[in-house]
Design a binder for this molecule. Structure first.
Ligand code: AGP
Length: 606
């Protein structure tokens, strides 16, 4: 998941490229680089680490050239250092790449045999030398066509040429790529987010397509080099404030924004006047769907798992969930009455997109629950339910998770209503409770000091467990993931009822264990599981909801009580303390909360 930017202009481009790369750092921040064309030469500057390091490099400050490409890297092949940073250049060609070239070893052998000298450990460098090799006998379009045909794997490319000082080439297969139209200049970018600060006129490339970007026009080609026409989209031009405001981190801001996220979603999908649901134009009749499969990665997968419990509770549908990277290679039995729902904040996750592509190729019904409505997953799904939570910058997903499970819950209510599985009275009750949720989340967000105090224990422990049953189990998984990805400590989410089948052996004196035990149908069973770990020395952080009933148990290390609501909605409230626990643990460790090590916001490689 790297970030690509290219600009073909009538004025110097290096400063604009650097600024655009800063907006792209959420896609990868191991290293960064820029290349421009000036006085007939390719000038390339690269640095390890953040874009700031690149900016401080004196050679960038007075970099000339009105054509340039830039890149922020998340390392797939080769160490995250300046040699492996992009762009990669020969004397005649410079390339930035997002994706993985699966036959790079073979191609490298062939090119070394043709006398090409390699400098880096990356797969990308083979593209540079292959184009250089093909340019010996072909013109630009044919050399690009021939090169792309020889590459196996995925790529989004930006390419400049020493001998073609008026153009940039872009090419896409499996990794997103867009072009933008400006005043006497045009742009190339990994996604609309990279281009939004320069233009709201965007064209997306589809897989197999490539383009030639001049400063006053852009030509598009399909993979056999035939010219094609492409639509120009006008994106909503409201420039959201991307800054952190008074918060120390984007993640802190995004946690606190969750009541607004929920309000936006409820406003969009709940008909307040009629206490009904605003999901119309579902493109299938109710008898065309008998089962649902929900697919996602990471936090989005946890949203899918959460939705499974609600779909089963509120409809008579069969419900499956799958991790996208597993689903895409499984021997799937595709049935025409199955609906496949793809959940993705970015809408660009390679595994989730590949799973969608597989379903499309098999003629399946597809629905996307996404935050970025111009994304590839949204564009290629039959039915799209945006979560409207605004830009999420923190790599650790928070408001997008609540936005996803909100829309999935509302969809479950809608399908239950359409299929006659939900009585009108019950539905109306549930909608009423739902409208109260933002306020309850607001109140739950105020639980802060106790979580700050317990976070040190989780930091100092060798590892921790997060336990839950039923509706709380997906939240236990999500809480563990947050702690792992922010504090870099072992944390495992587990079904509370499963501990006695092995993991109980992990429990030792003083080990922190989060037990999610809201007063729902699973409460008593979960309290017994809690006793089992306390009896073996665990320090239990019990998270439950406020109730007049006493908690019948001793030796609980700490208890946090969230607000009470109907049991369907308790998972929303249980999530809040877990997000804060992970945040404060990482804060105490002084880690980079918005850009945790080894991760990136949009995983656009396998
Ligand atoms: C969540 O905190 C992680 N950053 C990660 O698991 C993320 O949810 C996953 O990569 C899926 O991303 P998506 O929602 O953009 O598809």
């Amino acid at each position: 998941m790297c970030g690509i930017i290219g600009i073909n202009s009538s004025k110097p481009v290096s400063a604009t490229i650097i600024n655009s790369l800063k907006k792209l750092e959420y896609r990868g921040y191991d290293s960064a680089g820029i290349a421009t064309l000036s006085s007939g030469l390719i000038n390339e500057v690269k640095s390890e680490g953040r874009v700031d390091n690149l900016e401080k490099n004196s050679s960038v400050l007075n970099m000339e050239g009105t054509i340039g490409i830039g890149h922020v890297r998340w390392a797939t092949h080769g160490l995250p250092n300046s040699i492996n940073a992009h762009p990669h250049s020969s004397q005649n060609v410079s390339v930035v790449h997002n994706g993985i070239i699966e036959n790079s070893t073979l191609l490298k052998k062939f090119l070394v045999g043709r006398g090409h000298k390699f400098k880096s450990q990356t797969d990308t460098e083979v593209i540079v030398h292959l184009i250089t090799e093909n340019l010996k006998t072909e013109n630009i379009v044919n050399s690009i066509k021939k090169t792309l045909k020889a590459l196996h794997g995925s790529f989004a490319l930006g390419i400049i040429f020493k001998d073609e000082p008026d153009l940039i080439v872009g090419a896409r297969r499996g990794s997103p790529l867009a072009v933008g139209y400006g005043p006497n200049e045009n742009y190339l970018g990994s996604d609309s987010y990279a281009l939004k600060s320069m233009t709201n006129k965007i064209t997306y490339l589809n897989d197999g397509e490539f383009c030639v970007i001049k400063k006053d026009h852009i030509e598009f080609f399909n993979e056999d080099g035939t010219k094609i026409n492409k639509k120009v989209l006008e994106l909503s031009s409201e420039e959201e404030k991307y800054d952190k405001g008074d918060y120390k981190h984007f993640m802190a801001k995004e946690i606190e924004e969750q009541p607004v996220t929920l309000k936006n979603g409820i406003k969009e999908y709940i008909d307040n006047a009629n206490n009904d649901i605003n999901i119309y134009n579902i493109p299938w009749e109710k008898n065309e769907i008998s089962s649902i499969t929900l697919i996602g990665c990471g936090t989005a997968y946890h949203s899918c798992l959460m939705a499974k419990y609600w779909f089963e509770e509120l409809t008579s549908l069969d419900v499956n969930v799958d991790i996208a990277s597993e689903f895409r290679y499984r021997k799937n039995r595709f049935k025409k009455d199955s609906l496949y729902i793809f959940v993705s904040q970015s809408g660009e996750t390679a595994d989730t997109y590949a799973a969608l592509d597989l379903c499309n190729k098999n003629g399946m019904k597809t629905c996307a629950v996404v935050n970025v409505i111009e994304s590839s997953i949204a564009r290629d799904s039959e039915f799209v339910l945006p979560i409207h939570c605004g830009t999420e910058i923190g790599v650790a997903s928070t408001k997008a998770f609540l936005g996803q499970i909100l829309i999935l819950y509302i969809l479950a209510l809608k399908l239950g209503q359409l299929r006659g599985d939900l009585e009108k009275k019950v539905l109306s009750e549930k909608i009423k409770s739902l409208k109260e949720l933002p306020k309850l989340v607001e109140k739950t967000l105020s639980i802060d000091s106790k979580i700050q105090n317990v976070s040190t224990t989780f930091n100092e422990a060798k590892g921790s467990m997060f336990l839950g049953r039923g509706f709380s189990y997906p939240i236990a998984l999500e809480g563990a993931l947050k702690l792992k990805e922010l504090s870099y400590v072992h944390a495992e989410g587990y079904p509370a009822g499963e501990m006695k089948h092995g993991p109980l052996a992990l429990i030792e004196e003083g080990m922190p264990v989060v037990v999610l035990a809201p007063r729902d149908n699973y409460y008593k069973k979960t309290i017994s599981n809690m006793q089992e770990v306390i009896a073996r020395g665990a320090k239990v952080l019990l998270i439950t909801n406020k109730s007049s009933d006493e908690i019948v148990s001793e030796n609980i290390w700490q208890t946090i009580e969230v607000e009470s609501t109907n049991q369907d909605l308790l998972p929303f409230l249980l999530t809040i303390p877990l997000q804060k626990l992970a945040y404060y643990s990482a804060l105490k460790k002084g880690f980079d909360i918005d850009k945790p090590r080894n991760l990136a916001k949009s995983v656009t490689v396998e």
